[in-house]
Unconditional design. Sequence first.
Length: 256
Amino acid sequence: MDISGNTIFIPGATSGIGLALALALRDRGNTVIVGGRRTELLDEIAAANPGLATVTIDTTDPASIAAAADQVLAKHPDLNVLVTMAGVMRIEDWRSPDTFLASAEEVVTTNVLGPIRLIAAFVEHLRQRGNATIVTVSSGLAFVPLRVTPSYNASKAAVHMLSESIRLNLAGTGVRVLELVPPAVRTELLPGHESNEVAMPLDEFMSEVVALLEALPEATEIQVERVKFLRHAEARGDYDQVVAAVNASDPHASTP
Protein backbone atom coordinates (compact mmCIF):
# COMPACT_ATOMS: atom_id res chain seq x y z
CA MET A 1 0.00 0.00 0.00
CA ASP A 2 1.33 3.42 -0.92
CA ILE A 3 1.41 5.78 2.06
CA SER A 4 0.13 8.86 0.21
CA GLY A 5 -2.18 9.93 -2.61
CA ASN A 6 -5.06 7.67 -1.61
CA THR A 7 -8.73 8.20 -0.82
CA ILE A 8 -9.41 6.13 2.29
CA PHE A 9 -12.59 5.19 4.15
CA ILE A 10 -12.14 4.09 7.79
CA PRO A 11 -15.41 3.08 9.46
CA GLY A 12 -15.01 2.80 13.22
CA ALA A 13 -12.41 5.57 13.41
CA THR A 14 -13.93 7.88 16.01
CA SER A 15 -11.39 6.96 18.69
CA GLY A 16 -8.36 4.83 19.48
CA ILE A 17 -6.35 3.19 16.74
CA GLY A 18 -8.88 4.12 14.05
CA LEU A 19 -8.77 7.86 14.67
CA ALA A 20 -5.00 7.84 15.15
CA LEU A 21 -4.58 6.04 11.83
CA ALA A 22 -6.98 8.44 10.10
CA LEU A 23 -4.99 11.45 11.29
CA ALA A 24 -1.64 9.88 10.43
CA LEU A 25 -2.79 9.06 6.89
CA ARG A 26 -4.35 12.51 6.43
CA ASP A 27 -1.02 14.06 7.41
CA ARG A 28 0.70 12.08 4.66
CA GLY A 29 -1.37 13.52 1.85
CA ASN A 30 -4.37 11.21 1.75
CA THR A 31 -8.04 12.07 1.60
CA VAL A 32 -9.56 10.33 4.62
CA ILE A 33 -13.22 9.68 5.41
CA VAL A 34 -14.00 8.66 8.99
CA GLY A 35 -17.11 6.65 9.78
CA GLY A 36 -18.96 6.20 13.06
CA ARG A 37 -22.41 5.77 14.59
CA ARG A 38 -22.73 9.10 16.44
CA THR A 39 -23.27 12.07 14.16
CA GLU A 40 -22.52 14.60 16.92
CA LEU A 41 -19.17 12.92 17.65
CA LEU A 42 -18.32 12.92 13.95
CA ASP A 43 -19.10 16.63 13.81
CA GLU A 44 -16.75 17.24 16.76
CA ILE A 45 -13.99 15.22 15.09
CA ALA A 46 -14.39 17.09 11.79
CA ALA A 47 -14.30 20.47 13.57
CA ALA A 48 -11.18 19.54 15.56
CA ASN A 49 -9.34 17.91 12.66
CA PRO A 50 -9.52 19.91 9.41
CA GLY A 51 -9.25 17.77 6.33
CA LEU A 52 -11.15 14.77 7.68
CA ALA A 53 -14.45 13.97 6.01
CA THR A 54 -17.09 12.04 7.94
CA VAL A 55 -20.04 9.74 7.31
CA THR A 56 -22.50 8.14 9.70
CA ILE A 57 -22.38 4.35 9.69
CA ASP A 58 -23.32 1.50 12.02
CA THR A 59 -21.29 -1.51 10.94
CA THR A 60 -23.68 -3.87 12.76
CA ASP A 61 -26.54 -2.77 10.48
CA PRO A 62 -26.50 -3.95 6.83
CA ALA A 63 -28.80 -1.12 5.74
CA SER A 64 -26.54 1.48 7.35
CA ILE A 65 -23.50 -0.01 5.60
CA ALA A 66 -25.27 0.10 2.23
CA ALA A 67 -26.39 3.71 2.74
CA ALA A 68 -22.93 4.82 3.87
CA ALA A 69 -21.29 3.09 0.92
CA ASP A 70 -23.58 4.93 -1.48
CA GLN A 71 -22.80 8.23 0.24
CA VAL A 72 -19.04 7.70 0.31
CA LEU A 73 -18.81 6.61 -3.31
CA ALA A 74 -21.04 9.45 -4.50
CA LYS A 75 -18.81 12.03 -2.82
CA HIS A 76 -15.49 10.22 -3.28
CA PRO A 77 -15.59 8.19 -6.51
CA ASP A 78 -11.79 7.89 -6.42
CA LEU A 79 -11.91 5.83 -3.20
CA ASN A 80 -9.20 3.18 -3.39
CA VAL A 81 -8.62 2.07 0.22
CA LEU A 82 -11.10 0.55 2.68
CA VAL A 83 -9.97 0.02 6.29
CA THR A 84 -12.36 -2.28 8.19
CA MET A 85 -11.46 -0.85 11.58
CA ALA A 86 -14.65 -1.10 13.67
CA GLY A 87 -14.48 -3.60 16.52
CA VAL A 88 -15.52 -4.33 20.09
CA MET A 89 -13.95 -6.33 22.92
CA ARG A 90 -15.89 -7.78 25.84
CA ILE A 91 -14.88 -9.61 29.01
CA GLU A 92 -16.88 -12.85 29.21
CA ASP A 93 -17.42 -15.69 31.67
CA TRP A 94 -18.32 -18.81 29.70
CA ARG A 95 -19.28 -20.78 32.80
CA SER A 96 -22.84 -19.45 32.41
CA PRO A 97 -24.58 -18.79 29.06
CA ASP A 98 -26.64 -16.02 30.65
CA THR A 99 -23.44 -14.01 31.09
CA PHE A 100 -21.76 -14.48 27.72
CA LEU A 101 -24.19 -15.24 24.91
CA ALA A 102 -25.36 -11.69 24.18
CA SER A 103 -21.79 -10.43 24.40
CA ALA A 104 -20.49 -13.13 22.07
CA GLU A 105 -23.18 -12.37 19.50
CA GLU A 106 -22.36 -8.65 19.62
CA VAL A 107 -18.64 -9.30 19.17
CA VAL A 108 -19.14 -11.63 16.21
CA THR A 109 -21.65 -9.29 14.55
CA THR A 110 -19.32 -6.31 14.88
CA ASN A 111 -15.91 -7.90 14.40
CA VAL A 112 -16.66 -10.56 11.78
CA LEU A 113 -19.92 -9.75 10.00
CA GLY A 114 -19.04 -6.05 9.99
CA PRO A 115 -15.87 -6.44 7.89
CA ILE A 116 -17.54 -9.01 5.62
CA ARG A 117 -20.46 -6.67 4.92
CA LEU A 118 -18.17 -3.69 4.42
CA ILE A 119 -16.02 -5.57 1.94
CA ALA A 120 -19.13 -6.75 0.11
CA ALA A 121 -20.34 -3.15 -0.16
CA PHE A 122 -17.09 -1.82 -1.63
CA VAL A 123 -15.29 -4.66 -3.41
CA GLU A 124 -16.89 -4.12 -6.82
CA HIS A 125 -15.88 -0.46 -6.78
CA LEU A 126 -12.37 -1.32 -5.59
CA ARG A 127 -11.96 -3.87 -8.38
CA GLN A 128 -12.92 -1.21 -10.91
CA ARG A 129 -10.22 1.07 -9.54
CA GLY A 130 -7.57 -1.45 -10.59
CA ASN A 131 -5.11 -0.48 -7.84
CA ALA A 132 -6.83 -0.65 -4.48
CA THR A 133 -6.34 -1.99 -0.97
CA ILE A 134 -8.55 -3.57 1.66
CA VAL A 135 -7.04 -3.22 5.14
CA THR A 136 -8.29 -5.63 7.78
CA VAL A 137 -7.53 -5.35 11.49
CA SER A 138 -6.90 -8.52 13.47
CA SER A 139 -4.97 -8.72 16.76
CA GLY A 140 -2.14 -10.49 18.50
CA LEU A 141 -4.95 -12.28 20.34
CA ALA A 142 -5.84 -14.00 17.06
CA PHE A 143 -2.75 -16.10 17.68
CA VAL A 144 -2.53 -16.34 21.49
CA PRO A 145 -5.74 -16.21 23.59
CA LEU A 146 -6.53 -14.00 26.54
CA ARG A 147 -8.67 -16.11 28.89
CA VAL A 148 -11.32 -13.50 29.62
CA THR A 149 -12.09 -12.46 26.01
CA PRO A 150 -12.97 -15.71 24.17
CA SER A 151 -15.27 -14.21 21.54
CA TYR A 152 -12.87 -11.37 20.77
CA ASN A 153 -9.97 -13.82 20.34
CA ALA A 154 -12.04 -16.01 18.04
CA SER A 155 -13.35 -13.06 16.03
CA LYS A 156 -9.84 -11.79 15.36
CA ALA A 157 -8.66 -15.28 14.40
CA ALA A 158 -11.53 -15.28 11.90
CA VAL A 159 -10.41 -11.89 10.55
CA HIS A 160 -6.88 -13.23 10.10
CA MET A 161 -8.02 -16.27 8.14
CA LEU A 162 -10.52 -14.17 6.19
CA SER A 163 -7.65 -11.87 5.21
CA GLU A 164 -5.48 -14.77 4.12
CA SER A 165 -8.32 -16.26 2.11
CA ILE A 166 -9.66 -13.20 0.32
CA ARG A 167 -6.09 -12.22 -0.56
CA LEU A 168 -5.96 -15.46 -2.55
CA ASN A 169 -9.50 -15.00 -3.84
CA LEU A 170 -8.83 -11.47 -5.12
CA ALA A 171 -5.43 -12.24 -6.62
CA GLY A 172 -5.16 -10.73 -10.09
CA THR A 173 -8.01 -8.26 -9.57
CA GLY A 174 -5.83 -5.31 -8.58
CA VAL A 175 -7.18 -5.37 -5.01
CA ARG A 176 -4.57 -6.02 -2.33
CA VAL A 177 -5.42 -7.25 1.16
CA LEU A 178 -3.30 -5.85 3.99
CA GLU A 179 -3.75 -7.11 7.55
CA LEU A 180 -2.88 -4.85 10.48
CA VAL A 181 -2.00 -6.95 13.56
CA PRO A 182 -1.97 -4.77 16.69
CA PRO A 183 -0.68 -5.87 20.08
CA ALA A 184 -2.39 -4.55 23.20
CA VAL A 185 -2.52 -0.78 22.67
CA ARG A 186 -3.56 1.87 25.20
CA THR A 187 -7.05 2.69 23.96
CA GLU A 188 -10.55 2.55 25.45
CA LEU A 189 -11.27 -0.88 23.96
CA LEU A 190 -11.86 -2.13 27.52
CA PRO A 191 -12.54 -0.04 30.64
CA GLY A 192 -9.26 1.26 32.03
CA HIS A 193 -7.27 -0.09 29.09
CA GLU A 194 -6.05 3.38 28.11
CA SER A 195 -3.85 3.35 31.25
CA ASN A 196 -2.79 -0.31 31.02
CA GLU A 197 0.97 -0.34 31.59
CA VAL A 198 1.25 -3.68 29.78
CA ALA A 199 -0.17 -2.16 26.59
CA MET A 200 1.76 -0.18 23.99
CA PRO A 201 1.27 3.61 24.00
CA LEU A 202 -0.95 4.61 21.09
CA ASP A 203 1.43 7.20 19.66
CA GLU A 204 4.33 4.74 19.67
CA PHE A 205 2.19 2.11 17.97
CA MET A 206 1.03 4.49 15.27
CA SER A 207 4.53 5.82 14.59
CA GLU A 208 5.78 2.28 14.06
CA VAL A 209 2.80 1.36 11.86
CA VAL A 210 3.36 4.37 9.60
CA ALA A 211 7.08 3.63 9.37
CA LEU A 212 6.31 0.04 8.34
CA LEU A 213 3.76 1.17 5.76
CA GLU A 214 6.37 3.51 4.26
CA ALA A 215 9.15 0.92 4.31
CA LEU A 216 7.10 -2.09 3.16
CA PRO A 217 4.59 -1.01 0.48
CA GLU A 218 4.19 -4.63 -0.71
CA ALA A 219 3.58 -6.08 2.77
CA THR A 220 0.63 -8.38 3.42
CA GLU A 221 0.81 -7.94 7.21
CA ILE A 222 1.86 -4.99 9.34
CA GLN A 223 3.36 -6.32 12.57
CA VAL A 224 4.95 -3.92 15.01
CA GLU A 225 7.80 -5.42 16.98
CA ARG A 226 5.77 -5.91 20.16
CA VAL A 227 3.14 -8.10 18.53
CA LYS A 228 5.66 -10.63 17.20
CA PHE A 229 5.88 -12.26 20.65
CA LEU A 230 2.26 -13.32 20.10
CA ARG A 231 2.12 -13.59 16.31
CA HIS A 232 4.94 -16.12 16.01
CA ALA A 233 4.59 -18.06 19.27
CA GLU A 234 3.42 -21.27 17.62
CA ALA A 235 6.10 -21.11 14.92
CA ARG A 236 8.81 -20.54 17.55
CA GLY A 237 7.58 -23.50 19.58
CA ASP A 238 6.90 -21.56 22.78
CA TYR A 239 3.12 -21.19 22.44
CA ASP A 240 2.25 -22.61 25.88
CA GLN A 241 4.75 -20.31 27.60
CA VAL A 242 3.43 -17.27 25.73
CA VAL A 243 -0.18 -18.12 26.62
CA ALA A 244 0.82 -18.36 30.27
CA ALA A 245 2.76 -15.10 30.13
CA VAL A 246 -0.04 -13.14 28.44
CA ASN A 247 -2.64 -14.35 30.93
CA ALA A 248 -0.37 -13.65 33.90
CA SER A 249 0.58 -10.12 32.83
CA ASP A 250 -2.71 -8.63 31.61
CA PRO A 251 -4.67 -6.89 34.40
CA HIS A 252 -7.96 -8.09 32.91
CA ALA A 253 -6.90 -11.75 33.11
CA SER A 254 -7.94 -12.03 36.76
CA THR A 255 -11.55 -11.12 35.87
CA PRO A 256 -13.99 -12.83 36.18
